[in-house]
Ligand binder design. Sequence first.
Ligand SMILES: [Zn+2]
Length: 416
Amino acid sequence: MKFLVVLLGLVLGSSFAGYAVPRVQVQLSVEPATRAFTCQYTFVLPAGDTSSVLRLNLRKDFRVQRGQLGGAAVQVRHVYYPYFTDTVQQVVVRYPAGRPRARSFTLVYEGILQKERTTAQVLEFSGHTIWLPFRPLEEYELVDYTLDVRVPPGYQVRSTRPPLGAKPGRFRFEGQASAIELTAIIAPQFYQAVANRGPAIAVVKAGAPLGFKEAAILPKAQDIIAFYNRTIGRQDSITRFTVLLTGTKQDAFGLLDNATVITYTTDFDIAQREDLLILAHEISHKWWGYGSVHDESEWLNEAFATYSSMLYLQARGDTAGYRQNYEKLAKTTVNTPAITGFDRTKYESGMFRRVVYNKGMVVLAALHARVGTEQLYTILARTAAQRVGTTTAFLGVVGQVAGPETRAWLLARLSE
Ligand SMILES: [Zn+2]
């Protein structure tokens, strides 16, 4: 599917957690033999949000059974959603004017999990499955959630964090995540390698024991997280982290909720520099996920994750690897539009990566050369802790740490 290509390797958010966020209650019931599922989804706007209209987008192949809301008008229509280059079903709920009570809406729908997100043993309900509704342009807004999953006897469920309660066939998870990133991996059995010191890091594999290459992911994840906790994450460090291995052979993506999903398990070889860079990139998305995916501020997600992974290589003494990766990406940035004001819809699809990932990385490397390593870490740690989501806010951090001249210099680099 095309939008999955667009989404490949990214994870993002567009809200700041400092204020009240919507609350979401999800009850997911799955029949693994047929990949069929039913989902009851309740969306509750924060208290005090008296919006008169609520819109929720849902994949077009899901069948809406019903929506429940006393007195409000509910309409379902098909609209084109450019980000997916496809249509979606849009549920429009209009609330009666002048009623101060909480805005909530419950939607029940059923669908078939797409085959490419399954194996003979595993079903992957993840941020790349797009199995949940979301507000238009807000798929990465933060929500507080409870997720209840029902599966037949003999199946287990894992998520980005441990279950709160698990009875046979029933699993409950709770936390905060991007709206489309609630995760339920389902399999008859899970196998894991767990860190015995430092942050609670686990590599969890669905359906089959960890192979030799997969077991090697744990010590590398520990080393990457230790490096980040001393540098970019020193104001907001990682205390727990889960690497989920699904075997569905599609992609890799980091999640705001201290987790990453790596689906091409058996081919993934952490001894290879390219795969080490992927792991370091995805882990760093724990911090780099607050720029909007719909405008230029996505460079705050992808260029920052790309450069973070290169900082890890450099800190581990692989300066040749850093250099090689830099040259490989930098040469794609010749004659590309500026990051400031970049609009992906105006260019062929390849331009997105050249500008948002690669050119952004070149700008960060130039900032690194200008201010030095220690000051760069201070800038990145503050940017991460403040969950900066716009280029303007990032320029503000740079101005505070490195002064107005460096801020002006950076603005010029982003505009060329
Ligand atoms: Zn990324």
